[in-house]
Design a binder for this molecule. Structure first.
Ligand SMILES: [Zn+2]
Length: 161
């Protein structure tokens, strides 16, 4: 979309910022410093059910500690670099906030930072949230319905130029 003639020059494509980590970046619980590589298990061990339907978590190849999903759990701090990148990205012209209760901080602060720096905030959510007053436009509905309609309208507007 960035190459399309109707897109403003400030709309540079960026890689997604995983503010709450990623399921696809597992890590060792013992040490954040070394990357999680999975320990080899005897044939079939990991695939065998253990205590009913439970399967034991994989172990770290470096230190044998358990490997956990690379996501932020309740009570844990957000990754500092990701939070800094998200705050910097909030200096934008337009911010879409989609499908969030907007009550869990610091993530809930990102749209407010954008609004304070002059961005237009558009919220997509089925219910009202504390961001209703911050958002220039509140689109009530779920993301699966509202976002495709929004994209189709944007393309239609671009084609009319
Ligand atoms: Zn380890």
């Amino acid at each position: 979309m960035a190459a399309h003639a109707g897109v403003p020059s400030r709309a540079q494509p960026r890689a997604a910022i995983h503010l709450h980590g990623s399921l696809f970046a597992p890590r060792c619980i013992a040490a954040a410093a070394h990357p999680a590589t999975f320990q080899d298990t005897p044939d079939g061990e990991a695939a065998q059910p253990h205590e009913g339907r439970r399967i034991p978590p994989p172990r770290c190849a470096s230190c044998s500690a358990l490997i956990r999903p690379g996501v932020v759990w309740f009570g844990e701090a957000l990754p500092e670099a990701a939070l800094t990148a998200a705050v910097e990205a909030a200096a934008c012209d337009l911010l879409l906030t989609v499908g969030t209760s907007a009550v869990v901080y610091p993530a809930a602060e990102i749209p407010r930072i954008a609004a304070r720096s002059g961005a237009t905030v558009i919220q997509v959510n089925p219910q009202p949230t504390p961001l209703d007053q911050v958002s220039a436009i509140n689109l009530r509905g779920n993301a699966a319905q509202v976002l495709p309609a929004l994209v189709a309208d944007a393309w239609e507007q671009t084609d009319e130029r």
